[in-house]
Design a binder for this molecule. Structure first.
Ligand SMILES: [Zn+2]
Length: 459
């Protein structure tokens, strides 16, 4: 889709360890009963003053900005952004954005898209326009806002980019993914590229739908000879379309002033360095490394690099055994077992040395794939010494003689299948191989059995 320009303003909840709000000690708990995690500060009682900003939130936002390649501003000035709305008890929102502010990070770039700025602000309360009920539990919780340049030219490009952004931020556990994202999407089309801002988009699928709808709506206007108005619209998820909110002339004046109750926050050099220095490699850097250096298949590399714990486990294991083999088994079998058990990697007591033991046995063909799969299933339940278990249970691959003997037995006991195969029925071979594997209780490698069986049947 040419002639389309899209920029994003993405809000995400900071995932901070102490889970406290930005200017008070109240906790964020998604499941708490309404209005239980509140205090005079986050409900803006007369005379209440903010505490100094939560240091962990500052650390997190600096990490986000650094991860996106921004230069970090060491002097942070919180602003009051004024507007009157039932979700905002004080009548203003504290933010490090606006006319007199320098965002936490500027001039970054992520996967080819310019990052205009990264800043920090507090979340308003949750207001239900139907009932008028206000829940202040999330009021004052730290939000990260990431503003991109209008560098996207299709909805699909945006979809992939946002997914990669969230994966990257999950590497540093900076954004609380389960709390969701809120996004404003700026869409404009040629020839004039007048910016239309779409507010309140709350999911990746919503972002894609909003862009497609706006591209279509603005395209219709241009082709019918009218001029696209610069305006603010809202995304209606139920209707799957954007609806008019206000014209550019009606733009809200937020009357920004520096927050008089807070000092200028100075982030010292050592703090910024310690945060940027502790950042992990980015997922797309890992992906490239896995493909070009470790020679993984792209599919395996994509899955492994998409989750930091999996990537870290893989990298430790890949020093000891063939990376390609490790990737294949971790991607297919380990993830299969995780999915089956509905567990995440961090919930398992998986020891890297046991995975290495298992992969070595597979690599040297000492156990069959079938036995290896069973071992992964067992390791997902609790850790154990794989070498010892295989020895004790006699699970190593059976010798060629033993397989040969089992083949002979199966051939003489299944005359009909042998005749069917001779008559050209491929399926009969599978049946015979299955019989041999069953006789060896899965210890014989099906490929080896198949080869041997073929030899015996053809000769
Ligand atoms: Zn509070």
């Amino acid at each position: 889709m040419s002639g389309l320009k899209v920029g994003l303003e993405i809000h995400g909840y900071l995932n901070i360890e102490n889970r406290a709000k930005l200017f008070c000690d109240c906790r964020l708990d998604q499941n708490a009963a309404p209005n239980t995690n509140i205090c005079p500060v986050c409900t803006a009682q007369p005379g209440s003053k903010p505490m100094l900003p939560n240091r962990e939130a500052l650390r997190s936002i600096v990490a986000v900005a650094a991860m996106l390649g921004c230069s970090i501003n060491s002097r942070l000035v919180f602003q009051r952004k004024h507007y009157s709305w039932p979700d905002l008890p004080s009548g203003y929102q504290r933010t490090i954005s606006g006319s007199y502010s320098f965002p936490v990070g500027v001039d970054g770039s992520f996967l080819g898209i310019g990052i205009e700025d990264v800043h920090l602000e507090e979340d308003p309360a949750r207001w239900d326009p139907e009932t008028g009920f206000v829940d202040y539990n999330r009021s004052g919780y730290p939000l990260a806002e990431i503003v991109t340049k209008p560098g996207f030219s299709s909805a699909e490009e945006v979809r992939i980019w946002v997914k990669r952004l969230l994966t990257t931020l999950s590497y540093i556990r900076a954004i609380n993914a389960e709390a969701g994202i809120k996004c404003d999407v700026n869409v404009s089309v040629e020839p004039d590229f007048r910016r239309v801002e779409v507010k309140n988009v709350n999911s990746i699928s919503g972002i894609v739908a909003a862009i497609n709808h706006e591209a279509w709506r603005q395209g219709q206007m241009v082709s019918s000879g009218s001029v696209v108005a610069q305006e603010t619209r809202a995304w209606n998820d139920a209707l799957q379309e954007t609806v008019f909110m206000r014209k550019k002339e009606q733009a809200v004046d937020y009357m920004f002033i520096p927050e008089p109750d807070l000092p200028v926050i100075h982030l010292d050099e050592a703090f910024i360095k310690s945060v940027s220095g502790s950042l992990p490699e980015k997922p797309h850097e890992k992906l490239e490394k896995y493909i070009s250096k470790l020679k993984l298949e792209r599919g395996d590399a994509e899955v492994i690099s998409s989750e930091i714990l999996l990537a870290e486990l893989f990298e430790k294991v890949a020093v000891e055994v063939s990376p390609v083999l490790a990737a294949r088994w971790m991607r297919r079998e380990l993830l299969r077992v995780l999915n089956y058990n509905r567990k995440e990697l961090h919930e398992l007591e998986l020891k890297e040395k046991h995975i290495v033991q298992l992969l070595r046995l597979i690599e040297s063909k000492k156990i069959s794939d079938e036995v290896a799969r069973r071992m992964i299933e067992k390791l997902a339940v609790k850790p154990f010494d794989v070498d010892e278990y295989i020895r004790k249970e006699g699970l190593s691959v059976v010798s060629e003689e033993e397989i040969g003997k089992a083949c002979d037995d199966v051939i003489s006991a299944n005359g009909k299948a042998v005749a069917d195969f001779a008559a050209g029925e491929e399926k009969a071979l599978n049946f015979l191989v299955g019989q041999v594997v069953a006789r060896t209780k899965g210890r014989a490698d099906a490929r080896v059995v198949r080869e041997m069986m073929l030899k015996k049947l053809v000769n």
